[in-house]
Design a protein around this ligand. Structure first.
Ligand code: CBY
Length: 434
């Protein structure tokens, strides 16, 4: 064979010897970037009931370079004040998210953030999660999604945690990954990000137990398989709201699965269609999908790397409102069935609400008509109102109990403040154990 023919062959051989790329991404193309604008707009212009609920949005916007410099400075400064004034009452995951948001990148004038103090406090909240598991049958104060966020933030910001403990807790067989026996893709994805950070860091450390590394590798592989086993026909991972973070988990662990197991482009295109259908009107939903579409992951958080700024500016006044204008004709009324289910007992009512109402409006109407049977309490979260009690019966993380929302016999993928009800729906809040 002549030398000129051998060269391409040699190149091919060398190429096939190069280890598979660490990070496989399928970023939205330049032409499709405008499809992401509604997400950014939603995050910047939403009214957050409590500013701490904007943590996810701030993290996402800063990580993706979607803010201009003055917006970044304004939002970040306000957020620092919020974190400092509310820190004692924050859950561990809320504080972890806040640290990730503030440390997503370095602003030019170096706003003074006392990371070491915040990280120390996060370390204490993480310990409380563990203590709760010891005292309450392995149940953390919050959940494994937040425990994983804690480990991720502690890992990225040089906090204290034991690798052996991490390897013990994040075993994929642990019950905290499952709700009603079903694997939680959101939780698994966050755990993969945490495990990957811990593993990358241990590479630079001596005196690491080989067994811990082996466990971390095996657990990552098993979690990735569980995530991939939840892939739907149209490429979603779990459901539309878990897909963004699951994509991040798959980006950082491409050496744990084969190319043919996941077609990233298919997932991305389904998500783009869902954006245009308005599935991401909730700012937290928008925040959790944007990084993946921009080829970013939470592992890219780096308080020492300069922030990238956008030249676009989104002003509340210059953008079209995301909520459609109220029609001139008054909306029609619809009737729905609503019941509270506790074991075999079912308290039922038919209520009339305006068309376009959400699950919460139905509960409010039922409560108005019969407060004894239908009274309830809510708590604001980053995903909107969470039903904490009905008829005075309270959800408990220690007992793994909650009020499950169902419609026409199916478990809902949206909360009470977002699920739009339809005429004739059979709505139900059911006392459940997860
Ligand atoms: N975030 C958290 O701590 C939440 C973690 C999370 C895994 C979360 C989903 C995923 C995410 N990306 O944020 C989660 N839900 C958890 C842990 C829980 C449990 C909360 C109690 C605990 N142990 O901390 C629990 C009880 C199992 C649960 N979620 C219940 C519910 C239902 C709420 C009903 C109510 N009483 O108000 C509900 C509505 C399911 C139902 N049919 O009853 C529910 N969750 C849903 C739908 C969701 C999705 C929200 C999607 C949306 N558009 O509104 C979710 C994204 C999320 C929030 N839950 Co939970 C999962 C999904 O569908 N992909 C960290 C903190 C700092 O923000």
């Amino acid at each position: 064979m002549r030398q000129s023919h051998q060269l391409p062959l040699l190149g091919l051989l060398l190429f096939s010897l190069i280890p598979r790329q660490q990070c496989e991404i399928c970023e939205v193309s330049k032409e499709n970037k405008t499809a992401l604008k509604p997400l950014i707009h939603t995050m910047i212009n939403s009214n957050y009931t409590e500013r701490i609920h904007a943590a996810n949005a701030l993290l996402s916007l800063r990580l993706c370079g979607s803010l201009n410099q003055s917006q970044d400075q304004h939002l970040t400064e306000q957020f620092i004040l919020t974190v400092n004034s509310t820190e004692p009452s924050l859950t561990s995951g809320q504080l972890a998210l806040a640290i990730l948001a503030l440390g997503a990148c370095k602003a030019p004038d170096g706003m003074s953030i006392n990371y070491s103090e915040l990280v120390k406090r996060l370390g204490n909240k993480y310990k409380e999660e563990i203590r709760n598991m010891e005292d309450h049958n392995g149940n953390p104060l919050t959940n494994y999604y937040q425990l994983s966020l804690d480990i991720l933030a502690l890992c990225l910001f040089n906090g204290n945690y034991s690798i052996t403990e991490v390897a013990k807790f994040l075993n994929p067989e642990n019950k905290n990954y499952y709700f009603h026996g079903q694997f939680s893709v959101d939780t698994g994805a966050m755990a993969v990000l945490a495990l990957t950070c811990v593993k990358n860091k241990t590479r630079r450390q001596k005196q690491i137990d080989k067994k811990d590394i082996e466990n971390i590798n095996n657990y990552t592989e098993s979690l990735i398989n569980k995530i991939l086993s939840q892939k739907t026909e149209n490429g979603l991972l779990g459901n539309i709201y878990s897909t963004g973070e699951a994509m991040q988990a798959l980006f950082v662990s491409s050496n744990y699965y084969n190319k043919n197991q996941w077609v990233c482009e298919k997932t991305r295109d389904t998500v783009l269609t869902e954006i245009s259908r308005g599935a991401f009107r909730m700012p937290t939903a928008a925040a959790q999908i944007l990084p993946a579409l921009k080829g970013k992951t939470y592992l890219d958080v780096n308080k020492d790397s300069s922030c990238v700024y956008s030249s676009d500016s989104f002003h509340p006044s210059t953008q079209e409102p995301i909520v459609s204008v109220t029609p001139a004709v008054s909306p029609s009324q619809i009737q729905v069935n609503y019941s509270v289910v506790i074991d075999k007992r079912k308290d039922r009512i038919v209520v009339s609400v305006t068309d376009g109402s959400v699950f919460l409006n139905v509960m409010e109407q039922a409560q108005k008509e019969n407060p004894t049977l239908f009274r309830f309490k809510t708590k604001e979260t980053a995903w909107g109102p969470y039903i904490i009690s009905v008829q005075g019966i309270k959800a408990s993380t220690n007992d793994r109990t909650y009020w499950e929302l169902r419609s026409n016999g199916e478990h809902l993928n949206q909360g009470a403040g977002s699920y739009v009800v339809h005429a004739g729906d059979d709505l139900e809040v059911r006392w459940s154990t997860y």
